[in-house]
Design a protein around this ligand. Structure first.
Ligand SMILES: [Zn+2]
Length: 267
């Protein structure tokens, strides 16, 4: 395999730092598994800075900068100003991951919504696409709120919904807004994700490892690595009854289109 685009991973995660695994090692191992491009995604100011450094170091890596909804309550408005500044860096191709997460706590929802809107404004200001994180609490309220807010920003350049595991009816609403959906290791055990991966139009499909999280079976009890992403590709290929090469070529083209890499030179 070759030519895979992992549109969402965290080479910058503390788990790798604690294990003393460098981004260069992760990228080299990924390359051996056929992954040629990776988006390293920030979740707070510090990890966003690190994503930029890792992108500068590794020609295959691009960076997204943003504040994750689970971190939103920890940050003042100055943090958004810092993301605004970081978004100017050379290899930043998007704002993320941003969104709403109602799964961990009922608290801080207003704060989450505010910082989400602030960062959508940043994406428009910088003409960058966004990587969205919506995680539910068992109801579909997070998707309702997310869709309502997204509709306030019709000038958004583009959006991908990472790790989508909601019902197909909800997926269709995001697709109608022009969003891409990205599939990860949960596809090996999540019915909703399998259904969405089966029904989504080809031109909206992306793949991601979300490493070090969301390891696919049979690695699910372990730390995830981008190099496990071919497992996800193979599941999609069998669901859609095509070769893995078709899934790779299609998702890679879609990712390059969304993140503006066509015609963009490596740093
Ligand atoms: Zn993530």
């Amino acid at each position: 395999m070759a030519g895979i685009y992992d549109v969402h991973c965290h080479l910058n995660d503390n788990l790798y730092i604690e294990l003393d695994i460098s981004s260069s090692e992760l990228v080299r191992d990924a390359k051996d598994s056929g992954i040629d491009l990776l988006n390293c995604v920030g979740y707070d100011v510090k990890s966003s800075k690190l994503a930029i450094i890792q992108a500068e170091k590794n020609s295959q890596v691009y960076a997204l900068v943003g504040i994750h909804p689970n971190e939103a309550h920890l940050f003042s408005d100055e943090a958004v100003e810092q993301i605004d500044f970081l978004a100017n860096a050379n290899k930043v191709v998007g704002i993320g991951e941003i969104g709403l997460d109602y799964s961990r706590s009922k608290r801080y929802k207003d704060r989450q919504r505010k910082i989400f809107r602030d960062q959508l404004n940043l994406a428009i200001k910088h003409n960058l696409p966004v990587c969205l994180h919506f995680h539910d609490d068992g109801s579909d309220q997070v998707y309702r709120d997310g869709l309502k807010i997204l509709k306030e920003f019709p000038k958004l350049k583009g959006a991908m919904l990472h790790s989508f595991a909601g019902p197909w009816a909800v997926a269709e609403e995001f697709l109608n807004l022009g969003c891409y959906l990205s599939f990860n290791g949960d596809i090996t055990n999540n019915k909703n994700m399998r259904e969405a991966a089966t029904r989504i139009p080809w031109n909206r499909m992306l793949v991601e490892s979300d490493a070090p999280y969301k390891a696919p079976r049979p690695y699910e009890k372990k730390i995830n690595y981008p190099r496990f992403l071919p497992v996800v590709i193979n599941v999609i290929a069998s669901l859609r009854n095509v070769s893995s090469e078709v899934v790779i070529a299609t998702t890679s083209d879609n990712g390059r289109e969304l993140f503006g890499l066509n015609g963009k030179k490596d740093a």
